[in-house]
Design a protein around this ligand. Sequence first.
Ligand code: SF4
Length: 338
Amino acid sequence: MDKTLEVKNLTKIFSVGSIFSRTKITAVDNVSFHIRPAEIFALAGESGCGKTTTAKIILGFEEPTTGEILFKGKPIWTWRRKPRQYMKDVQAVFQNPFETFNPLKPVDEFFYETVRNYGIAEHKNDVEAVIRTKLEAVGLSFEEIRGRYPNELSGGQLQRASIARALLTNPCLLVADEPVSMVDASLRISIVNLFKKLKDEFGLSVLYITHDLATAYYVSDRIAIMFRGNIIEMGPVDLVLTKPRHPYTRLLRESVPEPDPQKKWLQKITVTTTEHEEYLRKGCKFGGRCPMAINRCKTEVPEECFLEDGVMVKCHLYEQEDVMQAEIIGSEQESKKG
Ligand code: SF4
């Protein structure tokens, strides 16, 4: 089995506005990628690029407009009925650990309930043994959470506890949506290292959703960069982030001072809708801001181009004969800046 999860041609269109002025927004636009066993795959981009909607569809919280998701080679559900086994195999870790737990209940009660609801163990001693094992895997002891309410734990402890809770069902895949963005800088590294440890020791796959390229570089094996609902560049993380091909990835990369997970990436890059309507209607969605745009970028949507080193880039400059030229222009731009 070379793919734990495969996302094929996924599209999600939302209708917004009142009954008299409905507008359609394409949040996810024909997105395809896969995640291998024991792989950390980052889905990165700015707010509103479609990465969280993609995660919600994978977790079954949203229904796709079109497209398919295969888990271990099989389609996972008809959208109204998620199979119970899939719910055990694919678990979520959310951005805000305080939302994972009911603030009015001790944290350990949530653990007991999860173990019992999924039929993982029945007798008190067995249930406790399962909970202890998972807490130890994330560097916590049972005594640290027993009888304590969420507000009595630190943000770092609670995020570890939420990862331990996700591990209770022995999942193959964790979908982690901005899991360190609400954690202190000093603890961020320990949480991302935890994902690496779970991958190495338990063969867990992780879909790491983030807007932070520094932690994505540090933790992931492969990365996909999203822009306006499309994946515009995808491949091994060191190639995509140290030798970015797509002009948008280059722009993002320039905003990260150095790949250090302790340094939060704060800079926002915004592209407004109205100023580039001509491109958005029929050409490349990044065309209005692209310093390398050519004439056809206004009129033709770029295809996915698969390069020899395993990188996919969605840009006209990489369609066959233009590749060499694009590499030259890109490296000239880099050397002028640096
Ligand atoms: Fe720039 Fe054209 Fe490539 Fe779009 S297709 S990123 S506008 S060069």
